[in-house]
Ligand binder design. Structure first.
Ligand code: HEM
Length: 402
């Protein structure tokens, strides 16, 4: 399949202002400038609207009737709750909500702690590690693989696939775009084949995992079909990986950029949950969320036409001075902290309790076991190649083990 209709995939194309890795490492001044000059703008090259103010982003996310999540899917993708509207969205979501409540998730804490400790044991004698490779990538993968019921030993494969799923083209050329779309198509096909095999196994030998639960679940007397279960598993694997990895890395990035905060948390570990919320606001792992207008609608004096794509920049909304006091300052105890990093409304992140817990445990365990955590000066720092996921490829740190 050729992907010439670039405009249908506005979310995948980087905005022109963020065309280098340096700018993608610190995109916030660009968002601030755009929000103040053109808070709602139509970008011809991507054929979509960019929305940058908190109030407008919030309004869009809370109105799924006017702003639909249904969109053209890349390659061999099938709709998931992320790309559905009610009523199907509500039916599927209520099926899985129970698995991800804060209560159920908090029971996982001791297990997540022991996995984190194992990963830190492996590097403790070196007094240095690549945070991304040694902890931030494997921790969320192992946790979600166990929940789903797939072998954690396949984690290298999961990482490779989920990197491709969030990838954007490195340049704005048609060739680069087509290349990325083909890679995505291949990754989705491989993921589909992988999960199809697991489904076959669980059908004859059900276990206490999410895939077995989905296989036995019914909505109004009807079972989910295989493709629905496979796509949902792929969504969890991808949504649960890249995002939480970057939450952990972004949190440690703050600890090394602002060493006074490292000291503050060592003395006051009870501040770790609000620290994580501020990391989410300040360095949000997901920068933007796409919707499609279902009707002509006016926002901030601009007429968005039915069928137009709308990209809501949560990373900009989180820095909106009309919503947050001193938005460019990192304030560990910020209250209230109504960031939009997990979205808002009916699509609010299903995995938020899990991501928060993993982030808190990773930071608490690191601070308990490592003194003077610092970025290894001179190491290259490159942003990951994605227009909507915010993070770095490697993050080498040095420390003294306790
Ligand atoms: C939805 C962010 C971790 C599963 C979302 C949305 C955002 C988001 C912004 C809303 C998308 C939209 O409105 O279109 C994040 C961030 C995470 C994270 C920043 C980590 C820091 C996770 C984890 C899982 C997960 C760990 C699963 C285990 C999902 C699912 C949805 C979702 C299934 C779709 C919900 C729906 O459409 O009803 N996430 N996520 N996420 N997230 Fe997360």
């Amino acid at each position: 399949m050729e992907y010439q209709k670039k405009e249908r995939y506005a979310n995948i194309i980087p905005i022109a202002e963020l065309d280098t890795s340096e700018k993608r490492l610190q995109p916030f001044p660009v968002y601030n400038q755009l929000r103040n000059s053109t808070p709602i703008r139509y970008d011809e090259s991507r054929d979509c609207w960019d929305v940058l103010r908190y109030e407008d982003v919030h309004r869009i996310l809370k109105d799924p009737v006017t702003f639909s999540s249904v969109r053209e899917l890349t390659g061999k993708g099938t709709a998931t709750i992320l790309t559905m509207d009610p009523p199907r969205h509500s039916q599927l979501r209520s099926l899985v909500n129970k698995t991800f409540t804060p209560r159920v998730i908090s029971d996982l804490a001791p297990h997540i702690e022991s996995i984190t400790n194992e990963m830190l044991d492996a590097v403790k004698d070196n007094n240095h590690m690549d945070l991304v490779h040694d902890l931030a990538v494997p921790l969320p993968v192992v946790v979600i693989a166990e929940l789903l019921g797939v072998p954690p030993r396949d984690r290298e494969l999961f990482k490779e696939w989920s990197d491709i799923l969030v990838k954007g083209p490195d340049t704005n050329s048609d060739e680069a775009f087509s290349q990325v779309m083909k890679e995505k198509e291949r990754a989705i096909q491989e993921l589909n084949d992988y999960f199809a095999k697991i489904l076959e196994q669980r059908r004859v030998d059900p276990k206490e995992d999410l895939i077995s639960l989905l296989l036995s679940a019914e909505i109004e007397g009807q079972q989910l079909n295989d493709m629905e279960i496979i796509s949902f598993s792929v969504l969890l694997l991808a949504a649960g990986n890249e995002t939480t990895t970057n939450l952990i890395t972004n949190a440690v990035r703050i600890l090394t950029e602002k060493t006074e905060i490292q000291q503050q948390l060592r003395g006051n570990p009870e501040l770790i949950p609000s620290f994580i919320e501020e990391v989410l606001r300040y360095y949000p792992p997901i920068q933007a969320i796409g919707r499609v207008a279902t009707t002509d609608i006016e926002i901030g004096g601009k007429l968005i036409k039915k069928g137009n794509q709308v990209v809501s920049w949560i990373a900009s909304a989180n820095r909106d001075e009309s919503k947050f006091v001193e938005p460019d300052a990192f304030i560990t105890e910020r209250r209230p902290n109504t960031h939009l990093s997990f979205g808002f409304g009916i699509h609010f992140c299903l995995g938020a309790p899990l991501a928060r817990l993993e982030g808190q445990i990773a930071i608490r365990t690191m601070l308990n076991r490592m003194e003077d955590i610092e970025f290894i000066a001179g190491s290259p720092l490159t942003s990951i190649q994605s227009p909507f996921v915010y993070g770095v490829k490697q993050f080498p740190i040095a420390f003294r083990s306790f």
